[in-house]
Design a protein around this ligand. Structure first.
Ligand code: NDP
Length: 310
């Protein structure tokens, strides 16, 4: 009998997923994952499994990441490298990110941080901001999520560009790619949205050098991964006015500690990794479809490339 084990790092959440997946996968045994190794399982459904836990299940056919990113799986030094890693995306995840990106790009575009501060001082001061067609926004990462978000921004009327590793065409979006395209992409981008995967090439990419290449007063939105951002460089760039504001959804340490300076910074908006937090019912149905597809065909619609890192 096929066996599926779940590890999300929280016993109650694991059980909720076990119950949902059991009802969606009749004839398949679903259980919380025993990180010590027994019993033998075919599929591990995981978020940030402990190092070595997957290697202790030699019968595994595939790993299912409960999320679009796979960095939390690839960071395991004992990861069995030959195993396919199935990503969990689906229309709801993409839609939630489109909403998040539209909301926060518009907030920077209309300078809500300044009007919020004015309200706190009961100060009536009318700000005039450019229309969207005169605002240049840029999305780093044109994958399933990044391309959809770039299209959404273009649809709102923004002058939109995108940056990817290889050339990508997205309707209404000015394309840039690779190291050679980065400088021109940055120099035109007033509101930057990071939707990259975390890899050896993209770690720390949001740093002082990158901020200096944006026009003065640009804003940054990071919904990729906390490891993309050099935190001290962001604070320095905000404090000297190179950046006007930042919206951050992902952090080096999650949950972010209560004494972290980001919580209190007047030009940083913090959201607790909810840009596209997948609800268990939707997530389990996408995961169940991936497992059924893989069991049937030996592959699934969305498999990460471990060598590429995403
Ligand atoms: P994909 O794997 O579909 O796409 C990744 C994109 O990034 C591709 O366009 C790829 O280029 C580009 N890219 C990768 N490496 C580089 C590089 N070195 N230089 C330039 N471009 C690069 O990912 P998704 O769109 O599905 O997801 C993106 C990320 O969003 C996830 O990995 C995750 O980190 C984050 N995320 C965050 C969520 C949240 O709630 N905050 C929720 C879901 C995802 P190419 O097209 O050439 O391959």
């Amino acid at each position: 009998m096929t066996r599926v084990a779940v590890w999300l790092g929280d016993a109650a959440e694991d059980q909720e997923w076990v119950d949902l997946l059991s009802s969606l996968l009749p004839g398949i045994e679903v259980m919380p994952m025993d990180t010590a190794g027994a019993p033998d399982i075919d599929y591990a459904v995981v978020w940030a499994p402990p190092a070595g836990a997957l290697a202790r299940h030699p019968g595994l056919k595939a790993i299912v990441s409960v999320g679009a990113g796979v960095d939390h799986v690839l960071r395991d030094p004992e990861l069995p490298k030959h195993l396919p890693i199935l990503r969990t995306t689906g229309p709801d995840m993409v839609q939630r990110l489109r909403e998040y990106v539209a909301l926060h790009v518009l907030a920077h575009h209309r300078d809500l941080m300044t009007t919020d501060a004015q309200q706190g001082r009961a100060e009536w001061k009318q700000l005039v901001t450019p229309v969207a067609s005169k605002r240049r926004v840029g999305v780093m990462g044109l994958g399933r999520i990044g391309a959809a978000c770039a299209r959404t921004l273009a649809g709102l009327g923004f002058d939109t560009a995108g940056w990817s590793r290889s050339p990508r065409e997205v309707a209404g979006v000015a394309p840039f790619h690779g190291g050679s395209g980065l400088h021109d992409f940055l120099s035109r981008t007033e509101i930057l949205v990071c939707l990259l995967p975390l890899t050896d090439q993209t770690r720390d990419i949001l740093n002082a050098d990158l901020f200096a290449r944006l026009p003065r007063g640009a804003a940054v939105i990071n919904a990729g991964r906390g490891g993309h951002l050099v935190e001290a460089d962001l604070i320095a760039a905000l404090d000297k006015g190179q950046l006007s504001g930042a919206t951050l959804d992902v952090f080096r340490t999650e949950p972010m500690p209560a004494d972290h300076p980001f919580w209190q910074h007047p030009r940083i908006r913090v959201t607790p990794h909810i840009a596209s937090y997948i609800d268990a019912a939707t997530g389990a149905s996408v995961v169940a479809s991936s497992i059924l597809a893989f069991d049937r065909n030996g592959t699934a619609p969305d498999v990460a490339d471990a060598n590429r890192g995403y």
